[in-house]
Ligand binder design. Sequence first.
Ligand code: 5GP
Length: 176
Amino acid sequence: MDIKIENLKVLFDENRLQTRIIELANELNNLYKGEEVTVVCVLKGAVMFAVDLIKSLNMPVKIEFIRLSSYGSSVTTSGKVNAVDIRLPDLNGKNVLIIEDIVDTGLTAKFLLDFMNCNFNVKSLKFCSLLDKKVSRKVDIQPDYYGFEIDDKFVVGYGLDYDGYFRNLRYIGYKE
Ligand code: 5GP
């Protein structure tokens, strides 16, 4: 597949994204009620979502970044999760909030949740994804929080890439 910016159709514009992110942040503010949270942002795709979301969180927040990859330059997942860099500080006893761009097959989410549970005795563990492609799920896993459910289309923009490009768009789009 070849994706050109002029062929992209807008799925969620900037205003819709930002409105929903504030709603999600309010839900998280209610959940944590002022308790400290360590946000784990999954690079690279979740970076835009994570930085916008944390701006509206009102509890003490620390942010950590880990880097995973599963797509390469294709539009279908490889089915394997590569932990490119998963170094984290001691998260024992912490409220941990994983922030992802999209849950597709669910393999990445499962990998991350298993990794956290195997390596740390956290106080709480929640998974928040901007997008949820429920129809593509291969493992029985659901994000605790998500921004929008989408059907089975390959989307780019606002952190999500095709072959490394389009992450800088303010909107999420797809090829018509
Ligand atoms: P999963 O492990 O759930 O199959 O896939 C998760 C990862 O695949 C996401 O973090 C994201 O990097 C990538 N991914 C899944 N669907 C899409 C999509 O529609 N567009 C883009 N750009 N990446 C996707």
